[in-house]
Design a protein around this ligand. Structure first.
Ligand code: TXA
Ligand code: MG
Length: 372
């Protein structure tokens, strides 16, 4: 299949002919990759199960991992659910459109394939003007996971999508880079207390400020799956680069000191990348920075939103550069740092360690792969 790639500017989309073409494809049961403020999504008509089946096929996604349904208006969200509790109203008023997904009891007309067999549905109103215009033009809610091949980091620009899905989908809408760069926060509102199943663009602190008590699901918290996660997506290994990630903790100077030591002693045959805040990179001493095969700067520690928006790009670049070892720094797990660390820990997870793997001498426990 030939993939058409169109470039849309956020400020001139309303009557756009190409947007109408994308909307028509969606109405015909096709999939379209489109930008959101978090990451690029691979959309299909959420009420058309055959169209949604194509999403799973294209991504190579396990069919019990449900999809988020994207809407452009509040009443559209309410029509998807059996109950709209006061907490949903509070969340929508404060954070929609934006990077927050609400899990609520689903109505019967939502296809099984969208909800992965669960009795609930995940709903979100994205804030990206192109996403909103596309949903409106299509005239239906759009089921959309991140537009990456399963197991790769979510795409934060159109080039990432192009590399993963070229030839597999009819259309990609390119609107540049995503501003948030990490996926939406998934908040479960079906239990006694609102519970974060996946930390993301809206922080725990922001949610607590308007909802009061909010819990963090343990599997979301640890970046490692528990046996029976409430969000099916948590049990899959996501965001994993080919290389091994080694995490560095402590103050900026401690992290820099430990990295310096690591780089000095490293085997030159092992391609090594540094994925760090600029203040940490600046403190790598002597010629050690030169011993790294790649340095990817996440921006300043005074702007962690920007670090979050660049993380996936950095991980993808490591793969493109055939990096074996990625030296990555930890940041405090507060604010957007919680989502950042959740993705980084998952990426550092046990993907390909152990006998028969690329790293036979590394064990699966995170601690042992942490350089402290
Ligand atoms: O920012 C985002 O959320 C992006 C953009 C495209 O909107 N989408 C995204 O979708 O990240 P995806 O499919 O990659 O991740 C959806 C997550 C998965 O962890 C999935 O298990 C969870 O949401 N989820 C979906 N429906 C659910 C439900 N009914 N109950 C619990 N978790 C659900
Ligand atoms: Mg995803």
């Amino acid at each position: 299949m030939e993939t058409k790639r169109i470039r849309l500017r956020s400020d001139s989309i309303i009557q756009d002919k190409e947007l109408q073409e994308a909307a028509a494809l969606l109405r015909q049961g096709e999939v379209v990759a489109f930008p959101t403020e978090t990451v690029y999504g691979l959309g299909a008509n959420a009420l058309d199960s055959e169209a949604c089946a194509k999403i799973y096929a294209v991504k190579g996604r396990p069919s019990d991992n449900p999809l988020i349904v994207h809407v452009a208006a509040l009443d559209e969200a309410q029509q998807l659910v059996r109950v709209w509790p006061p907490q949903a109203e509070v969340c929508a008023r404060n954070f929609w459109p934006g990077p927050l997904t609400l899990v609520l009891p689903k109505r019967a007309h939502i296809p099984e394939i969208v909800s992965g067999g669960l009795d609930t549905v995940a709903v979100r109103m994205p804030s990206h003007p192109v996403a909103l215009a596309l949903i409106e033009a299509a005239g239906c809610p759009l089921a959309a996971p991140s537009a990456n091949i399963s197991g790769k980091p979510s795409p934060t620009n159109a080039e990432h999508v192009w590399r993963d899905l070229k030839g597999k989908i009819p259309l990609l809408i390119d609107a540049g880079s995503c501003t948030v760069g990490l996926e939406s926060t998934v908040l479960d509102l079906t239990g006694e207390l609102p519970t974060i199943l996946r930390p993301g663009g809206i922080t725990l602190e922001q949610l607590r400020a308007v909802l009061g008590k909010v819990e963090l699901d343990r599997s979301a918290d640890q970046g490692q799956p528990t046996v029976e996660p409430r969000s099916p997506g948590m049990k899959y290994r996501h965001y994993a680069p080919e290389g091994e990630i080694i995490l560095f903790s402590g103050s900026t100077s401690e992290k820099a000191e430990k990295m310096t030591k690591y780089l000095r002693n490293k085997n030159n045959a092992v391609r090594t990348a540094v994925l760090c805040l600029e203040e940490t990179v600046a403190r790598l001493t002597g010629d050690t920075a030169g011993k790294a095969d790649m340095i990817f700067t996440l921006g300043s520690r005074n702007n962690l939103d920007s670090a979050a928006s660049r993380l996936f790009e950095g991980l993808r670049l490591c793969d493109e550069q055939n990096i074996d070892t990625i030296l990555a720094e930890e940041i405090a797990e507060e604010g957007i740092g919680l989502a950042f660390m959740n993705r980084l820990k998952k990426a550092a997870g046990k993907k390909n360690f152990g006998p028969g793997s690329r790293y036979p001498n590394l064990t699966e426990t995170k601690e042992e792969n942490t350089w402290n």
